[in-house]
Design a protein around this ligand. Structure first.
Ligand code: CTP
Length: 403
């Protein structure tokens, strides 16, 4: 169970009688090296006390979203970021419906929306409730969004019924949490990701840049990490939060990005270039601010090195994945870039359409490789990144075995 060592588990306890088993679950996660912080719904408090859970977890138990003191210590968004995994156990039919709809009217459901962490749901309810089609349908939707479900088990229920609906045993939940970190399709590999825009300085206060937010690159870095890879992220200037567990090299210009990539690429097995690197830079960057004049000002731009093509041309090059943001002729331009840059895969998307591309949270991609193409439907950049990582892992295996 080593995978839970030093992992942060946020446990959301909802109002089922099975909540009385929660202290055991907390204890077991801690036994295998994890940290647990508990969030309870007000109905859960009918079945297990916050004091007990505080005693076993070693942390203050949260239930009220508007608790000023607790929010000041660790706000709900911080809690959402703190979590490496979220476990909803026991999960009532009501809470499952709530997660499916995307309510955020209690602390736990708000955290689920605000967190990027994988979510595990352990349902517990009466056997008749469990067989109601609405419950199954809600869980299917949640699974399709990437959440995992464990159980329920079968047997005698608190209400006297016999059937499916019992919360599974604590050790079963612990191994399911551990399995969340076991998606090791990239285990043992090193992945380098470039992200964000670059800035090409005209003078100390002016630069050429673009709209890239870095979101897709950060999502890919996170997805590769989840898939078990060591990740090196080379990022241009973004406003995104640093990613825990990921070595990040912050750069500003395309020249710095190139240097950071070339000094660290040797150990990389996979190189994913999502950065929107400026194609040109001013030939000369003025040392002091360029003053206003009345004449036409000409600026000579010189081409930047194509970092991706340079990596692909290395002897013993890693598996290389490029991105192509196009405003037209997606297929044609993507295929041309795949060939010209001699890369192994390219993920292309149309930009300029509302709700996709540069600064949006959603995106859709068409991925091309030698003789292959796959469309990844529109979804959140994080989910999309996970899908792309799966595809990369499959193609990487073929690439590595043919060397
Ligand atoms: N790229 C790179 N270094 C550059 C330019 C681009 O590593 N100097 C990478 C990007 O990170 C991306 C891919 O190359 O993965 C394609 O970038 P794009 O700007 O679309 O390609 P260009 O070759 O610049 O083509 P164009 O701008 O003409 O569409």
């Amino acid at each position: 169970m080593k995978r839970l060592e030093q992992k942060n588990c946020l446990l959301i306890v909802t109002g089922s009688i099975a909540a009385y088993k929660t202290p055991e679950l907390v204890r077991r996660i801690i036994e295998v090296g994890g940290s647990v912080r508990v969030v309870m719904t007000s109905s859960a408090e009918q079945f297990v006390t916050a004091l007990t859970l505080q005693a076993v977890s070693g942390f203050e138990v949260r239930s009220d979203m508007f608790d000023v003191k607790a929010e000041a210590a660790m706000g709900h968004i911080e809690l959402a970021r703190w979590a490496d995994a979220i476990v909803v156990s026991p999960a009532t039919a009501d809470y499952i419906a709530k997660l499916r709809i995307g309510h955020a009217n209690d602390l736990g459901s708000a955290i689920c929306l605000a967190s990027e962490a994988p979510v595990l749901i352990a349902p517990a309810m009466n056997q008749k409730m469990w067989t109601d089609p609405s419950v199954g349908e809600n869980l299917e939707v949640l699974k399709s969004r990437g959440m995992s479900v464990i159980g329920p088990g079968s047997g005698l229920q608190a209400c006297g019924d016999i059937g499916l609906g019992r919360l599974v045993e604590a050790e079963v939940i612990v191994s399911a949490v551990s399995a969340l970190f076991e998606r090791g399709i990239l285990a043992g590999l090193e992945v380098m990701v470039t992200a964000g825009p670059t800035r090409e300085y005209i003078d100390p206060v002016r630069y050429i840049t673009n709209h890239s937010s870095g979101k897709m690159g950060f999502a890919l870095a996170r997805a590769a990490r989840e898939a078990g890879a060591r990740v090196v992220l080379v990022s241009g200037p973004t406003t995104l939060d640093p990613l825990p567990g990921i070595k990040t090299i912050n750069v500003v210009s395309s020249g710095e990005m190139r240097d950071a990539v070339s000094s660290n690429i040797k150990s990389a097995d996979i190189f994913i270039a999502t950065a929107a690197v400026a194609d040109y830079r001013p030939e000369k960057s003025a040392l002091s601010k360029v003053k206003r004049g009345t004449d036409v000002l000409n600026m000579r731009l010189v081409p930047n090195v194509d970092i991706l093509a340079e990596v692909a041309a290395l002897n013993d090059a890693p598996f290389t994945v490029g991105f192509a943001a196009e405003t037209e002729k997606l297929e044609l331009f993507a295929a041309e870039k795949l060939k010209r840059k001699k890369i192994d895969m390219i993920a292309a998307n149309l930009v300029g359409e509302p709700g996709t591309g540069f600064d949006s949270d959603d995106n859709e991609l068409t991925v091309f490789w030698d003789k292959g193409v796959k469309k990844l439907e529109r979804q959140s950049k994080q989910q999309l990144a996970r899908e792309l990582v799966k595809l990369v892992a499959i193609r990487y295996d073929l690439f590595a075995s043919s060397r």
